[in-house]
Write a protein that binds this ligand. Structure first.
Ligand code: GDP
Ligand code: MG
Length: 724
């Protein structure tokens, strides 16, 4: 027998932490809503009865089983459609009132429920007391106290959950609604009897009472029956003087209030917690942004320029430069390997893939920082702070969440945009998410900062801020167009208390991101470098095709030169940079890998020049910065483009997004280069004039007024009511 248990609870209640603890899996623990949009499955560890297994399904975080958000729909479709054998309802013990709201609905589903009161470590630390037996009696199901983070109570939870799943004993919802509501519900149950699973009748009846459109659709009731039900609802609404949905909500909260009074003892004197004190400063109206800027500056500065670069210098200069490359070279020569093969292996593969791998240490340091900021609760504050800014131009902070996720990789970032209900806001978020520098762009940033700016402190952090600025400016400009106009959707999100994340969680998150990067180096980047090496080794020279002496005669140079002119106004119109930027579309790491081959990463060991020294001589600083900006903002890699295509689900929108990104990248890089050379070298020409015109146009788009008619568009949710 296979036991299937669903894990349901509010966002941030610790579902993913518990899921990982129970299954030994490495799901990403984040503390903003929407990280777990799709359900995930895992086998429960430590449950080893013979021939049996227990499967745990992690559902997206939800506050209720209403049909308003994608998470809610995914979760409830799973629960009513697949009927798991039991539900573990995880609730945040420090926030019982809000969490129990979902519980009152889950217990009506006719599926055995066990409640796991999580964060008990915090509850106890706050000096609060919970009477578990009373809670269990009041709500009518088993309750276990746990701390998912510390692993307390988990074994007991598994045992009990599996036990109730096997017996299949349903809990009887202890809660009864007001007389007339129960009366109507009883009528509805009778009317739909036989149409739904008998144990779920109550849940369906309550939903029909609430006039839940989706449930009406599923049941496909005939209109006579619907009218009959409607009569009951209307008479109840009259009696209670409220609309049906609010009646149910209100009753649930009354009931929860009485439970809490019965079994929860708060600390008498409510002092301001440390978390609140920190938040007073960190989310302060004036200080929030400067603090965020300083934090991100330090993160990028330390990971790219200081600690990270010490590690990277070592991998580049010592590990590759002194050990691997010479050893490979002489080893291959010793066994009499053909020249071209030695070239492919040393200059191509080790040079290309090695150049990329050299940046892994910097990336890991960055990932540690990001994991820490996410784990301790700071990033959740950033979404909240960004909400205040985004709201001013009509986007909600929810749009910032995909961008936070995108700092690891753009693909999950783009996918996280699914949680945004408003279609226009979602499209806009998809278009702008990849502006945030992802892990794969880090090598480009680190290379430019290190080789061309001699490790100047501002370069790496500035890349992050260029990304943020691109997002905010795009938001403002696009929101003023007819396509995207509209008021921001409400954004409700609660801020978890600050806490030190566990070392295990931080390392796990770092490793997960870092490993997928290393895997990529062994597959797609490897293939790309092989392609680039062949293309730069072969070509027509003195009338015949073959390996070329001079790389400028190669096929790659031919292709590169054919397109390089496009980038001349941006300051890097040589074929090598053009090719690097194009290979970056396959995977952003390729930019560095291609440079590694074309600028002889693999040959450095022989001529003794400093690693990347030849690259440094080939570009001015301004051109290099323009190159960096272009690669940060232009169309992302194939994988992310694929994600954009899937999420847009429309070819026109896909090309609009890619076109917009590339155009923006081109315009900004052009302005950087033209105005930059005017300042540094005093060069003035037609390009400078164009740049200034573009800047003026940009400023106009940024500051032109919103159209009056657009102000009036009020965003409505499915039920026609504006939800707050
Ligand atoms: P989800 O949104 O429900 O998946 O919640 P997560 O598993 O991502 O956890 C949200 C936050 O709560 C994370 O920062 C966790 O480290 C933290 N957390 C989870 N369980 C506990 C716990 O038992 N005690 C404490 N103090 N923090 C916890
Ligand atoms: Mg989660």
């Amino acid at each position: 027998m296979k036991v299937k248990i669903a894990l349901a609870g509010n966002p941030n209640s610790g579902k993913t932490t518990l899921f990982n603890a129970l299954t030994g899996s490495n799901q990403f623990v984040g503390n903003w809503p929407g990280v777990t949009v799709e359900k995930k499955e895992g086998k429960i560890k430590g449950y080893t009865a013979k021939g049996e297994e227990a499967i745990l399904v992690d559902l997206p975080g939800i506050y209720s089983l209403s049909p308003y958000t994608l998470e809610e729909v995914v979760s409830r479709n799973f629960l009513i459609g697949e009927k798991p054998d039991a539900i573990i309802n995880i609730i945040d013990g420090t926030n019982l009132e809000r969490n129990l709201y979902l519980t009152t609905q889950l217990t009506e589903l006719g599926i055995p429920v066990i409640i796991a009161v999580n964060m008990m470590d915090l509850v106890k630390k706050n000096g609060e007391e919970l009477n578990v037996d009373r809670l269990s009696r009041d709500i009518g199901c088993k309750v276990v106290e746990i701390s998912a983070l510390k692993g307390d109570g988990i074994d007991q939870l598994i045992q009990r959950a599996v036990a109730i799943a096997k017996t299949g004993k349903k809990n009887q919802p202890a809660h009864r609604f007001e007389g007339c509501v129960e009366h109507a519900i009883a009528h509805i149950e009778e009317a739909i009897s036989g149409k739904v699973d008998q144990s779920m009748e109550r849940w369906y009846a309550v939903k029909l009472f609430e006039r839940d459109e989706k449930v009406r659709e599923i049941l496909n009731l005939d209109s006579a029956l619907l009218n009959h039900i409607e009569e009951d609802i209307v008479s109840c609404e009259k009696e209670m003087d409220d609309d049906a949905e609010s009646i149910i909500t209100g009753e649930r909260y009354n009931y929860i209030g009485s439970i809490i009074e019965d079994c929860y003892k708060k600390r008498v004197k409510k002092q301001m917690s440390t978390s609140d004190k920190i938040d007073r400063i960190v989310t302060n109206r004036f200080l929030a942004l400067p603090i965020f800027a300083v934090v991100m500056f330090i993160v990028y500065y330390v990971s790219v320029t200081t600690v990270g670069s010490i590690l990277t210098d070592w991998t580049n200069d010592t590990l590759f430069g002194e050990w691997i490359l010479p050893a490979a070279q002489s080893g291959l020569e010793a066994i009499g390997c053909a020249d071209w093969l030695t070239g492919l292996l040393v200059d191509g593969i080790i040079g290309g893939v090695g150049a990329v791998l050299g940046f892994v240490p910097q990336m890991l340091v960055l990932f540690i920082f990001l994991a820490f900021l996410e784990g301790c609760g700071y990033m959740a504050r950033i979404a909240f702070i960004m909400d205040r800014i985004f709201r001013k131009f009509g986007l909600s902070g929810k749009s910032f969440i995909p961008m936070l996720i995108g700092t690891g990789c753009g693909v999950p970032g783009v996918m996280a945009s699914r949680t945004i209900e408003n279609d226009r806001d979602r499209k806009m978020t998809i278009m702008t998410t990849t502006f945030i520098p992802c892990g794969a762009k880090l090598p480009i940033i680190a290379l430019i900062a290190g080789a061309l700016f001699d490790g100047a402190a501002w370069v790496a952090p500035s890349a992050y801020f260029v990304g943020i600025a691109a997002i905010i400016c795009s938001g403002i400009i696009l929101k003023k167009t007819k396509m995207f106009a509209g008021d921001p959707a409400p954004f409700v999100m609660e801020l978890p208390a600050y806490h030190l994340p566990t070392v295990g969680n931080v390392l796990r998150s770092m490793w997960e991101r870092g490993w997928s990067f290393i895997k990529k180096a062994g597959t797609i980047i490897l293939l790309s470098t092989i392609f680039v090496w062949f293309a730069q080794s072969f070509g027509f020279e003195s009338g015949s095709f073959g390996m070329v002496e001079d790389m400028d005669n190669s096929i790659l140079a031919g292709i590169g030169s054919a397109i390089a002119w496009i980038f001349t106004p941006l300051g890097w119109g040589d074929w090598k940079s053009a090719v690097a930027a194009i290979t970056g579309l396959v995977a952003k790491e390729n930019v560095v890998g291609t440079f590694g081959i074309l600028y002889g990463f693999g040959e450095v060991a022989e001529d003794g020049a400093e690693i990347w020294g030849t690259l440094a001589g080939s570009m001015t600083a301004v051109a290099a910065y323009s190159f960096l900006v272009f690669n940060l903002l232009c169309a992302p890699c194939f994988a992310a483009m694929g994600a954009i295509k899937r999420e847009m689900n429309n070819a026109k929108w896909f090309w609009f997004a890619i076109g917009y990104q590339t155009l923006l990248a081109y315009v900004v890089s052009l302005c950087v280069y033209q105005i930059g050379t005017l300042i540094t070298a005093g060069t003035f020409g037609i390009g400078t004039v164009v740049a200034f015109l573009l800047v003026i146009g940009f400023i106009y788009l940024l500051f032109r007024p919103y159209k009056e008619s657009q102000k009036l568009t009020v965003q409505k949710s499915i039920d026609g009511k504006v939800r707050a």
